[in-house]
Design a protein around this ligand. Structure first.
Ligand SMILES: Nc1ncnc2c1ncn2[C@@H]1O[C@H](COP(=O)(O)OP(=O)(O)OP(=O)(O)O)[C@@H](O)[C@H]1O
Ligand SMILES: [Mg+2]
Length: 337
């Protein structure tokens, strides 16, 4: 018997049991009380189910804009531009009840500067389950689409996957990692979902979030950061407008990433390009301290400083930026403690 029918049956049994003893007022009131309690339970039954099982409802998906702001300020180091754009983009989009298109962010920067980390922070401030949410989907080019010969299969799989997930929950998030290594044909296949269409095949994609991660443009971002450093200018004074042109030029001219960007940029499908700056020694120290805290260790500044000093920096003579950003800190920490 279906759960709903079973409950109706139980309720009916209870009421009937009460009615046969109508001459006994005490039993009758107990029966009526139980029936009322059961009816109340049934009414809240669905809510209890939703409470324990993740579903596409505000109990599980709700944007915490102050949480996002605090996380970006306190957990993300050295990325004042990315931090500002991400907060602005997400706040605007999530507070808009009728967005005209899905939100499309393209995160660029060299390795270990925090691109996946920011995606994680975003997910945690929208989905109660964060990256573990069944509404957050991560695709990694070389893992999910490794063979160029299977591109047609991948295309239809990817389209079905996106469609199925957005049908299931409009507020779905798709993260495409290593976007610069993705086959251009695959990018083409997702383009319809990023557009200003009201609906594609009866499905509305306008509340979905797409995040593309890549190293494309990382070198030009680094060059600008280095120019500022050499000119003795504070890193905080680097503005988005200082990076926009060199970033888009280097992305367009990059043989690997040129194609996808050209097609996406041409149609204005990417809402925000988010540059990630290379990280300096002081940021590595911050990462090491944060990692100690995450591991439940007492924060040790000397160890953090030593660890940071032992990393490889570039340019060789000046040792300004960490080659791997904060990427290897977690594993290195075991060695230093
Ligand atoms: N700017 C940052 N602030 C704080 N922590 C950071 C930052 N950048 C990186 N980290 C730490 O280093 C780890 C690795 O960074 P992440 O995976 O985000 O790098 P990425 O930019 O995606 O690199 P890649 O291009 O190699 O994929 C993160 O999980 C985080 O702990
Ligand atoms: Mg990454």
């Amino acid at each position: 018997m279906e759960p709903r029918k079973r409950h109706v049956f139980l309720l009916w049994m209870l009421v009937c049991a009460g009615s046969t003893q109508a001459i006994e007022p005490i039993s009758t009131s107990i029966a009526v009380g139980m029936a009322a309690a059961l009816t109340g339970f049934l009414a809240s039954y669905q809510n209890i189910f939703y409470y324990f099982h993740e579903c596409c409802r505000p109990e599980w998906i709700s944007f915490n804009s102050s949480g996002l702001k605090v996380d970006l300020e306190q957990k993300l180091f050295g990325q004042h531009i990315a931090s500002r754009i991400v907060l602005k983009a997400l706040t605007g989009f999530m507070n808009n009840a009728q967005p005209k298109k899905p939100l499309v962010l393209s995160l660029h920067g060299s390795t270990g500067t925090g691109k996946n980390f920011v995606s994680q922070i975003i997910a945690e401030n929208i989905y109660k389950e964060g990256m573990d949410s069944s509404f957050v989907h991560v695709f990694t080019s070389e893992l999910h689409f490794p063979h160029a010969s299977k591109i047609d299969t991948y295309k239809s799989q990817l389209q079905q996957w996106i469609k199925g997930n957005v049908t299931n929950c409009g507020r779905s998030m798709f993260i495409f990692d290593e976007m610069d290594k993705m086959h251009p044909g695959l990018i083409d296949s997702i383009k319809p979902y990023l557009e200003y269409y009201d609906k594609v095949d009866g499905v509305c994609y306008r509340k979905a979030i797409f995040i593309f991660l890549s190293n494309a443009g990382g070198e030009s971002i680094t060059q600008i950061a280095l120019d500022f450093w050499r000119a003795g200018q504070d890193r905080q004074t680097i503005d988005l407008k200082d990076l926009e042109v060199p970033l888009s030029l280097s992305v367009f001219n990059n043989k690997q990433s040129g194609l996808w960007h050209t097609s996406l940029i041409d149609k204005n499908l990417v809402d925000y390009f988010v540059p990630f700056l290379p990280l300096e020694h002081k940021h590595i120290v911050q990462c090491a301290l944060a990692e100690m805290e995450a591991k439940g260790m007492v924060k040790n500044h000397e160890v953090a400083d030593q660890l940071a000093r032992d990393l490889v920096y570039f340019p060789k003579a000046e040792r300004v930026f960490s080659v791997k950003g904060c990427k290897t800190i977690e594993s290195k920490l075991d060695y230093y403690t």
